[in-house]
Design a protein around this ligand. Structure first.
Ligand SMILES: *Cc1c(COP(=O)(O)O)cnc(C)c1O
Length: 394
């Protein structure tokens, strides 16, 4: 077993590639052909034996560039298998559709990705699947919400924007006792900072759009886990067809090679920015799991090896003063997403939660003064100087 940084570059890499190329080629074909009918017959037998990834037939069933990324991400996440797809939301929705049947029940932890919650409450409910939403990190509430037909628990670690870190080991224990599966969206941690499968979680999903891609230039998603579960999900994926384009798969593979270097930098900068903000009088509160003041600091210290580049905080001021602060920032762009080269910032009350009434927004803790800041790969000293000058406007 090599170490993470070596595995990110060489893990499951085919040493000899077409044309003796050093890097994995972008295979842009939509169809794969056969030499003769004997070849067709042989291949059909292989497909029936489940070996559809060794000899590809049609682009929706697999592409060599996509396959190379799946294998790389699987070794990094300590998974047996993975499915790479068109976006993080596709990976999540296809996984839920693949595992759940009408009449079943699932549990979702609060402050999961907004679209994940929307999919469960608006669509799964239409198809006879009930979802109970429980407060983040409340293992007791999860235990109480379990029913005989509870098939799975879906959680996010850490969550957004509060960066709550659920005790995955305790969660897995509850799920196992009830015969339910656990799925963790570990996008905000990345495989560098957290390895949920090693803690007993059944499936991990990531939005490849964030840390894995890492350059704010692609959309992708991945689900990882044991071979039998992934094979079951792959069958549905063949029907749904949300494949990733070969060019995008290549860009993702290129990003993954520097994942560890980049996430280390995000971890260092995230921590520096969080500490700086906590020392400022114009900042009311800071939410970062690496800070001892965070409610889940102890759990995070136990489960995670770094805390990432996202920092949430509240400005000691009004909604308008908070907007003025965001406007005064010169380095981050105003925009959603995180985990890439460029720092990004949003004021969630105005941006991600604008569809809710003030009461609904406050009920989920989204105050007017909340800012979500995601460091990029800039020098943290520059980011801090920039934050300092913007805070003077408050
Ligand atoms: C971005 C994100 C998603 C959705 O991923 P897309 O690639 O945008 O579809 C899901 N979960 C989390 C935690 C995310 O940050």
């Amino acid at each position: 077993m090599t170490r993470f940084m070596t595995t990110a570059i060489h893990g499951k890499e085919q040493r000899q590639k077409p044309y003796h190329a050093l890097v994995t080629p972008i295979c842009t074909t939509s169809t794969f052909t056969f030499e003769d009918m004997d070849d067709v017959n042989r291949t059909q037998d292989e497909y029936l034996a489940g070996k559809y990834l060794e000899r590809m037939e049609y682009g929706r069933y697999g592409n060599p560039t996509q396959y190379a990324v799946e294998q790389r991400l699987a070794v990094l996440e300590e998974a047996e298998a993975a499915i790479l797809s068109a976006s993080g939301m596709y990976a999540i929705t296809a996984t839920l559709l693949g595992l759940l049947s009408s009449g079943e029940h699932m549990i979702l932890t609060q402050d999961c990705y907004r679209r994940t919650r929307g999919f469960c409450s608006t669509y799964l409910s239409r198809w006879g699947i009930e979802t109970t939403i429980v407060p983040a990190c409340d293992i007791e509430a999860i235990e109480k919400a379990m029913r005989p037909n509870t098939r799975l628990i879906f959680t996010e670690v850490p969550t957004n924007p509060w960066l709550r870190v659920i005790d995955l080991e305790a969660l897995v224990e509850v799920a196992r006792a009830h015969g339910a599966k656990v799925i963790a969206d570990s996008t905000i941690a990345s495989p560098c900072n957290l390895r949920p499968l090693a803690l007993g979680v059944d499936l991990v999903v990531h939005s490849g759009t964030k840390y894995l891609g890492g350059h704010n230039d692609l959309l992708a998603g991945v689900v990882l886990g044991a071979e039998d579960l992934i094979t079951e999900l792959r069958e549905l994926h063949f029907h749904l067809g949300g494949v990733v384009a070969p060019q995008t798969a290549y860009n993702l593979l290129r990003g993954v090679k520097t994942l560890d270097l980049r996430v280390e930098h995000h971890n260092t900068s995230g921590m520096a920015v969080a500490r700086f903000l906590e020392s400022q009088t114009q900042v009311k509160s800071v939410y970062y799991p690496g800070l001892p003041s965070h409610p889940d600091h102890d759990v995070a210290m136990r489960l995670m090896s770094g805390f990432g580049g996202m920092v949430s905080f509240e400005i000691a001021g009004t909604r308008e003063q908070t907007s003025a602060f965001v406007d005064a920032l010169r380095i981050p762009y105003i925009g959603p997403s995180f985990g890439g080269t460029e720092a990004l910032v949003i004021q969630p009350a105005i941006q991600s939660y604008c569809g809710l009434s003030v009461e609904q927004r406050l009920a989920v803790g989204i105050t007017d003064q909340l800012v979500r800041y995601a460091v990029g790969l800039e020098d943290p000293d520059d980011l801090i100087e920039d934050l300092a000058q913007a805070l003077e406007r408050v």
